[in-house]
Write a protein of this length. Structure first.
Length: 177
C-alpha cells in the first residue's frame, strides 16, 4: 500500500470514527431534526455517506453489486433499491423512514470493510483507470473519473457531510458537547 492509499484510509477512518462519536447519545428526534425546512438531517447524512461509498467503491470501481442491494438493506430500511440520496428532494428526505442508528451502523460497517479491503489491495493500474460514470450529479467535462479522483472525492464527500452532522449536533447539544 502506497502513501496515497494510506492517506485516503486515514482520512476515511477519521470521518467514520467521528460520525459515531457525534451521534452516540442522540435520540431519533435529534437524528431527524433539521435547522431549516430545506435541510437534511443527521440520519439522512449518515445513510447518504454509506450509500455513496458503497456505490463508488463496489458498483463503480469493482463492478460488483452494492452491499445495499446484495444484502437487501434497502428492504430492511423500507427504501428503494435505487435510493442513494443524490438529487433527493426535501420531500423525499422528509419521507425517509426512521432508522435505528445501530442498524445504520451495521450497514455502514459492511460497506467500510469492503472499502478498506479494496483500497488496501488496489493495484496501481486501478488508480489510474478511468471509470464510466452514468447519471452522476457531478458534471465535469474536462475531468476523467480515475480511481485517484474517485478516492479523493469520496474523502471530500464524507468530510462535507461529517461537517453537516457536527453542525446540526452543535445546534442541538451546544458547542463541544
Amino acid at each position: 500500500m502506497d502513501k496515497f492509499q494510506q492517506a485516503i484510509l486515514s482520512g476515511l477512518t477519521e470521518c467514520f470514527d467521528q460520525i459515531w462519536t457525534k451521534v452516540d447519545d442522540l435520540s431519533i428526534e435529534e437524528l431527524r431534526w433539521t435547522p431549516s425546512k430545506s435541510s437534511n438531517d443527521i440520519q439522512w447524512n449518515i445513510w447518504h455517506i454509506a450509500r455513496v461509498e458503497d456505490r463508488w467503491i463496489n458498483q463503480r470501481m469493482q463492478s460488483i453489486e452494492e452491499i445495499w442491494i446484495n444484502n437487501k438493506w434497502y428492504k430492511y430500511f423500507n427504501l428503494e433499491e435505487s435510493d442513494h440520496g443524490n438529487g433527493d428532494t426535501i420531500e423525499k428526505v422528509r419521507k425517509m423512514p426512521n432508522m435505528k442508528i445501530e442498524d445504520l451502523k451495521k450497514y455502514f460497517d459492511e460497506v467500510r470493510k469492503k472499502t478498506v479491503d479494496f483500497i488496501t489491495n488496489i493495484p496501481p493500474e486501478k488508480l489510474k483507470q478511468i471509470y464510466p460514470v452514468k447519471n452522476s450529479s457531478i458534471k465535469m467535462e474536462s475531468h476523467k473519473y480515475t480511481g485517484i479522483w474517485i478516492l479523493g472525492h469520496l474523502l471530500v464527500e464524507e468530510s462535507q457531510h461529517l461537517g453537516q452532522i457536527a453542525y446540526i449536533r452543535g445546534i442541538i447539544k451546544g458547542l463541544n458537547k
